[in-house]
Write a protein that binds this ligand. Sequence first.
Ligand code: GTP
Ligand code: IMP
Ligand code: MG
Length: 340
Amino acid sequence: MTCTVIVGGFFGDEGKGKIVSYLAIKDNPKIAVRGGVGPNAGHTVVFRQKESKLRMLPSAVINEETKLMIGPGVLVDPNVFLKEVAEFNVKDRVTLDRQCSIIEGKHIEKDRLDAYLKGKIGTTGTGCGPANVERIMRTAKMGKDIPELSLYLGDVPLLVNEAISNGEVVHVEGTQGTYISLYHGTYPFVTTKDVTASAICSDVGIGPKVVDEVIIVFKAYVTRVGAGELPGELTEQEAERRGWLERATVTGRTRRSAPFNYELARRAVMLNSATQIAVTKFDILFPETKNIRNFSELTKESKKMIDVIEAQTKAPVSIISTGPDAEATIDRRRELGLLK
Ligand code: GTP
Ligand code: IMP
Ligand code: MG
């Protein structure tokens, strides 16, 4: 297990932040590198009672030995990036690729004021779409054009590939989720790039042959923010009654919710060539599982859901999250023979 890619299997917010932070502590990666769209992502990491929110830095930030990188396919908002570098005190271990496109004030303004983007699609208003338009028009500013970023610039694909060649552990963090992919999602209610595993690899400059494992993250129920179809959607009252009502990390909007969708899960495993599944918020569906760390301690009923997910997707559920803290995790990778 040298190179592992972690991606979202539903509509984003599956809890990738939690899974990635657990893996960062457990596997001690040399490098954690972020792919995905940009600061439209919001991840929550809880480690030893401290909660952190991240939009630009990899969620592996909690492991102080891990080098943090952002690949050239990721949009960078310099304000958000510099604020997080200061907040997490990671100046000496963070590298931004010289070719990252920059989000400027005009992109944020357009994203927030445009009637179609704001009114119909319900974007995060973080400027990502308009900035990607400029990248495609070949008029975008890049990391290397911004003096405030000069300290942090480097050749991320080279550093990542060298580490992989040397047999080091590398984690590649995806953001968003399969069904808000520009290509594979519920167009037009999607984000502005593909966000499946192949795209995440491209974002950081690695090819498919160096990837050892693709871990796809599913929440134990499905949530979605913004507009677009959500099969089996519950009313807000029902979501609240079940304890599924969540608020978005970046925008503060209420997340819509629906029961776990096996059909979507099966297709997401296919689209990402996922080799393993991580399930989060298991304790919300099965409160008696809260903070459990051993698979054998799970109740019969909750194990049944794991069996059904595996039967329906033909992929092993190797990680089960039973609470927000990085350590509230059941890790079956060894017993399933998935750790080299
Ligand atoms: P991604 O967008 O997929 O990275 O997910 P995320 O990390 O952004 O999730 P987000 O922070 O948007 O929302 C997930 C929330 O659920 C956060 O408050 C997490 O701390 C919390 N969470 C994650 N996993 C679990 C879990 O297994 N159980 C419980 N109770 N909470 C969890
Ligand atoms: P944009 O990516 O800001 O343009 O937003 C387009 C759509 O993707 C909207 O429905 C957003 O709510 C959704 N979206 C973008 N990023 C995320 C994310 O990280 N989690 C959940 N939804 C997201
Ligand atoms: Mg999120």
